[in-house]
Design a protein around this ligand. Sequence first.
Ligand code: AVJ
Length: 325
Amino acid sequence: MLLSTTTDAARDFIQIGHSDPHAVHAELNDGLLAAQAVVSPKYLYDALGSKLFEAICELPEYYPTRTEAAIMERHLADIARTAGHGVTLIDLGAGNCAKAARLFPALQPLQYVPVDISVDFLRDAVSRLRQQVPHIKMVGIGMDFSASLDLPDAVKHERRLFFYPGSSIGNFAPEQAATLLRRIRDACGPDGGLLIGVDLLKDRQTLDAAYDDALGVTAAFNLNLLRHLNCLVGADFDLRDWRHRGYFNEACGRVEMHLEARREAHVSWRGGRRRFLPGERIHTESSYKYTRHGFLQLLERSGFGRTQTWTDERGWFMVCHARVQ
Ligand code: AVJ
């Protein structure tokens, strides 16, 4: 799994397994050639994609980030009491690190370990945060944790608290989510825990609007994936041939994002090509929504227990703390 590791001089940023273009190429090639074309949502996050996601979080329609932040702010003292002080805070999909930074005053982590696939974006975020909060030890890790959670020795083993906010767990189908949660559990150690944010099932209008906003930022975020593919596999996607689709699929309990061909589109990339018919789609993201009970069951199946939950008045979003069982 560990393909290559480069460490910055100061050992404060570690990049793992970044130079496996073959695996990336094979995964993308297979997805693009599948009967129902599919690309993993992790490819939404190149440098521009990470910025577009930050912009999504500012949209009035996109409630998850704001709702989660309000829950965390309101219950911060209780959450910190439950999760414990002086922990090793491991932030999965840290992005700009803003969510974890808001926990620092209450949690006082001994070490902060942001992990993200968007390496350059994370590197900038950590160096900025390090200047603002010099008294907390930080080691940034550039890696794809959906492939492996093999953390380097620089990450302390004591009292690990995995932080997985934003309902990013929703990007995985329940079976895969259980696999990832089990992997987190195994990386926790016996005294470890998980603080996770989960988006809850709600009415269709709210969900549809959150993933297809009036300003078109989510559309740009989704279409940017094609630019990233052009770069990753030398594809020649013409963005003007494609449109964004984002909507709640109630039968599957998830929001889906697709890119839909506006007209016939011929696309080539290194080692492959495909003709897309008008209306044909590439599935780019699923965002599963849970009931409280459904998610607690998933945690239990994954080896977590003694769970505590916090939610907002509308019951739109849930923050959970769970311990290794
Ligand atoms: C960061 C994966 C939680 O699924 O809501 C936002 C990503 N996609 N708008 C989500 C996203 C479209 C987001 N996650």
